[in-house]
Design a protein around this ligand. Structure first.
Ligand SMILES: NC(=O)c1ccc[n+]([C@@H]2O[C@H](COP(=O)([O-])OP(=O)(O)OC[C@H]3O[C@@H](n4cnc5c(N)ncnc54)[C@H](O)[C@@H]3O)[C@@H](O)[C@H]2O)c1
Length: 295
């Protein structure tokens, strides 16, 4: 089972990266989005990153573009698809409607994968007509650098389908992370979320300030950054929203305390790296200063 024609449905932040990375590695890719012009602009905007980070020339970048077409029509998008990767907004109703329509128009050979960060495949498989050919394939933002693909099926996923997607991940220069049992948060977020929650709870309880927590972590483990530097990268709006969601689902006051502790920083516009300030000031955050780890 190998793929030639790949459709990426929803080419926003992640879908545009998945579509381009796949096209660059020789697959024929159709990018399907409600707004094809905006989708194309997002793909073209990746050129500077590929040039800077992977040293691609303009001619190399063009080779990827030559394998890519854009459409706003689902039927056209999937007419000869071997593999459809869905990267639509993280809203169950949007995905539900999409998979119902997709099931009607996709050829029987097509395998479907969702890039959802928070929905396990069992939540989505009920909307597809081919449960054996459905799984999740989860990429990380900036896929050309952070090149893992977490692959997670349901109990109904055909093992050969799972393996075909693992092989495809290799083909597009991802490192496949095979997840053998459904797990919200896959591997990465199952580790990362408790880690950053623990760090923020130390801060919220007044045990230690963010720089002290990061310093301890960095010196003790040799890690290049600590949890608060990671949170600045994610953006504190997003962090607060995740805390409020966890408060609703897990009913622990700790999540609310952390959200409340973040709120004044958000009110002051200190929302992280993109705002120029969060727990640290950018572009020269204190944790990058060689003296930071010495005292
Ligand atoms: N942003 C991230 O860092 C990240 C990382 C990993 C996984 N994800 C997952 O990827 C998926 C997409 O996230 P994103 O951040 O790229 O979202 P996004 O909002 O940037 O992109 C969604 C795209 O889907 C299009 N769209 C919306 N409804 C559509 C429809 N019915 N038909 C066709 N196109 C439609 C929009 O025009 C937009 O271009 C989510 O499931 C998210 O959990 C996101």
């Amino acid at each position: 089972m190998s793929f030639r024609n790949v459709t990426v449905a929803g080419t926003g932040v992640l879908g545009s990266q998945i579509a381009y990375q796949t096209a660059l590695n020789g697959f024929k890719v159709t990018a399907y989005d409600l707004d094809a012009d905006a989708a194309k602009k997002r793909v073209l905007a990746l050129e500077s990153s590929y040039q800077h980070d992977l040293h691609l020339t303009a001619a190399d970048f063009q080779k990827g573009l030559d394998n890519l077409t854009f459409t706003t029509d689902l039927q056209t998008a999937v007419q000869d698809a071997d593999f459809v990767i869905e990267a639509l907004p993280e809203e169950l109703e949007v995905k539900e409607k999409f998979y119902q329509q997709l099931s009607k128009v996709a050829p029987a050979k097509a395998i479907f994968a969702s890039n959802s960060s928070t929905m396990i495949p069992s939540q989505l498989v009920k909307y597809v007509d081919r449960p054996a050919k459905f799984l999740n394939m989860h990429f990380a933002n900036m896929i050309w650098l952070c090149n893992v693909a977490e692959i997670m099926g349901t109990s109904q996923t055909n093992p050969a389908v799972f393996q075909a997607v693992v092989d495809f991940a290799h083909d597009i220069k991802m490192v496949p992370i095979a997840i053998r049992k459904e797990q919200p948060g896959y591997v990465l977020n199952s580790l990362l979320i408790p880690f950053v929650v623990s760090a923020m709870s130390l801060w919220a309880k007044g045990v230690a300030d963010p720089a002290t927590v990061d310093k301890d972590w960095m010196i003790s483990t040799g890690a290049p950054v600590g949890p608060f530097a990671m949170l600045d990268d994610v953006g504190l709006h997003t962090v607060k929203n995740i805390m409020l969601e966890l408060y609703q689902t897990r009913h622990s006051d700790l999540f609310k305390q952390i959200a409340d502790k973040l709120q004044p920083m958000i009110d002051e516009g200190k929302t992280g790296v993109t705002a120029g300030e969060g727990f640290y000031k950018y572009p020269h955050p204190a944790f990058r200063d060689p003296e930071f780890l010495k005292k």
